[in-house]
Design a protein around this ligand. Structure first.
Ligand SMILES: Cc1cc2nc3c(=O)[nH]c(=O)nc-3n(C[C@H](O)[C@H](O)[C@H](O)COP(=O)(O)OP(=O)(O)OC[C@H]3O[C@@H](n4cnc5c(N)ncnc54)[C@H](O)[C@@H]3O)c2cc1C
Length: 362
């Protein structure tokens, strides 16, 4: 993972449905090796805007990292949304976009387990990447429950049919159409999932759908480690700011802070020792004041920690706490089970212990 953005040429824009398009990118020499990804991860795109210069939005990869498909995201129009409509209306082959490398923790730890995949609408994007990858490189069975408004809204309808025909012993895809069956209720989802109670689940879709699936799975006593979900939200911040400029501004702020009375914000104990694992490299620092947000501190130290929104709204900067503890000033994305698993958003994290060990290798 990386914090620098890359300008990627658009190879192709594919109209998937009236409301959705896929954007396939080519990799430049500079970007090669920076865009390796796991199924279920997302890219952050800088969408041009005359009003604000750019709008940053996350889009999950629908392609599979183990196929020869180009790096592809799939965007569904949000009613009155800016970025999704701009992408679907304006982007064409040969254009370029600034893109942050892949991030995210919505990815199977093993491709060999049996998978129960729930998708609603555009939530199919990370789900099809997981399914494609597990079919190609895994050994388990895969059951997909895909809910849509009507037949015309089904993204990748032909691809699901092809994958099912090619993998009759491993893949079952159940399409649920609101126009025919109404919205799936929690009881219906529970009855469906009951047959697959030993599977590992991944769910992505509109909030009410995810809530119904999550409650159904909890009632069926799916343990936390077999329940995963991805929330689609719009970023409020801009992770594409010039990194040097941000660091300089932060250094100015830190100097101003030093001159002032220390703010009553964060832990009261002294310097914190923090050990960090990231992409096979280890760092140890002994001079974190524990109050400065951990991501800011790591960036100051030159650690290429991943991030996207910087507002606690996405999981790009998530780490796992191996020793010690971190509190967060703001968190819109991790649920209680994530917190119990030691996952924290470094962009919002302050120390809760004098020694700390964290890992970004998830
Ligand atoms: C991890 C993750 C993965 C995701 N994956 C996908 C995916 O695979 N597919 C998908 O479709 N979605 C995905 N999303 C959701 C996606 O990031 C956006 O939230 C979604 O596309 C809606 O964005 P939007 O800009 O169209 O709508 P909104 O966020 O609702 O846009 C409206 C906002 O834009 C502002 N605005 C309006 N006009 C302008 C202008 N001219 N300039 C600047 N700002 C303006 C308005 O003030 C308003 O706040 C994902 C989100 C996350 C966090």
């Amino acid at each position: 993972m990386d914090t620098e953005s890359y300008v990627l040429p658009v190879r192709e824009v594919i109209r998937e449905t009236a409301d959705a398009c896929s954007i396939a990118f080519d990799l430049t020499d500079e970007a090669a090796g920076k865009f390796d990804y796991k199924p279920g991860q997302f890219l952050t795109l800088a969408v041009p805007s005359e009003q604000t210069g750019l709008v940053a939005r996350c889009y999950s990869l629908s392609s599979s990292p183990v196929s020869d498909q180009p790096l592809t995201v799939t965007v569904k129009r949000t009613v009155d949304g800016y970025a999704s409509n701009w992408l679907c209306d304006n982007l064409k082959a040969g254009d370029t976009l600034r893109v942050l490398p892949p991030s995210g923790i919505f990815t199977p730890a093993s491709l060999d387990v049996d998978l129960l995949l729930f998708a609603g609408g555009s939530g199919v994007t990370p789900i099809i990447s997981i399914a494609r990858t597990a079919l190609a490189n895994g050994t388990g069975k895969i059951v997909v429950f895909y809910a849509n408004r009507d037949q015309d809204s089904v993204i990748f309808a032909e691809e699901w049919a092809r994958l099912s025909a090619e993998n009759p012993d491993r893949l079952i895809v159940v399409h649920w159409l609101e126009s025919v069956q109404g919205l799936p209720t929690q009881d219906q989802l529970k009855a469906f999932a009951a047959t697959f109670s030993t599977y590992t689940s991944f769910c992505c879709g509109p909030a009410p759908f995810m809530k119904a699936v999550s409650t159904a799975l909890r009632e069926l006593e799916f343990p936390r480690e077999r329940r995963h979900q991805e929330k689609f939200v719009s970023l409020g911040g801009n992770p594409f700011g010039d990194v040097e400029e941000i660091r300089a501004a932060e250094a100015d702020l830190a100097a101003a802070d030093d001159a002032d009375e220390p703010a009553d914000d964060g832990p009261s104990f002294g310097p914190v020792k923090v050990e960090v694992e990231l992409d096979g490299e280890d760092w140890t620092f002994e001079d974190w004041d524990g109050k400065k947000l951990l991501l800011d501190f790591l960036e100051e130290k030159g650690v290429p920690a991943p991030f996207s929104c910087r507002e606690g709204n996405c999981s790009a900067c998530a780490c796992v706490v191996l020793e010690g503890d971190l509190s967060m000033k703001h968190n819109e994305v991790l649920d209680k089970a994530d917190l119990d698993d030691g996952i924290r958003l470094t962009c919002q994290a302050q120390a809760q212990s004098e020694t700390l060990k964290i890992s970004f290798n998830g």
